[in-house]
Design a protein around this ligand. Structure first.
Ligand code: S6P
Ligand code: ZN
Length: 193
């Protein structure tokens, strides 16, 4: 099936948005239940407000080989205990698919790992591009005081596997230690799934 070119404008103004998008996915704090280390701090935050945690605007395409999907994600700043706000993180359902991330605003890190046990945590501040190769699960962490905004592109047939990360987490977490974003072993990481 022939599909058509899609031009759109991505504004970098304070409330950056795309001039065209097909989907808008909203993740509130409550959707992150079980993801952070500090359960009591999480509950305390949630009691105050089930605030917007991150949102994704996407250009949707048919999930077939050759098509690409793209969009922007805005991850709000904050911490649960000492752990910085982050996305859920996922493997692609089709493991053999990669992705490009381009940070547009803010300060952060990308946490990545493979089923074989390789891991990397890379700086992800405005201007930084990270190529996520096939087989690498990926999560974005906001270590700054403003929203972390980034553009991403991946194969339309990549799909998402959230379950693996939801159950066992990533091997590494990013927490504030004496005012500095610090990479630590995840004490709750489990290989059992
Ligand atoms: C999709 C791509 C991004 C994330 C988005 C939210 O392959 O990696 O669009 O979906 O940044 O993160 P998450 O972990 O909730 O999917
Ligand atoms: Zn992805």
């Amino acid at each position: 099936m022939l599909t058509l070119p899609i031009p759109f404008v991505l504004s970098l103004a304070d409330e950056a948005v795309m001039s065209r998008y097909d989907s808008h996915t909203v993740r509130r704090l409550s959707s992150m239940t079980g993801y952070y280390q500090a359960a009591e701090a999480f509950t305390a935050l949630l009691t105050v407000e089930d605030a917007l945690h991150y949102e994704v605007y996407g250009i949707d395409r048919p999930a077939v080989a050759g098509e690409l999907i793209s969009g922007i994600t805005r991850l709000f700043p904050g911490k649960v205990g000492h752990e910085y706000f982050m996305t859920k993180g996922h493997y692609h359902a089709v493991l053999a698919t990669g992705e490009i991330y381009y940070a547009l605003r803010g300060q952060g890190m990308m946490v990545m790992e493979t089923p074989e046990g390789e891991w990397r945590v890379e700086p992800f501040a405005a201007g930084q591009v990270v190529y996520v190769p096939p087989r690498w699960a990926h999560r974005t962490v906001n270590t700054g005081d403003e929203a972390l905004l980034f553009f991403w592109v991946c194969p339309a047939d990549a799909g998402h596997d959230y379950g693996t990360i939801a159950e066992r987490g990533f091997r590494k977490i990013v927490v504030e230690v004496e005012g500095t974003p610090t990479i630590l072993d995840n004490p709750r990481w489990s290989p059992s799934c």
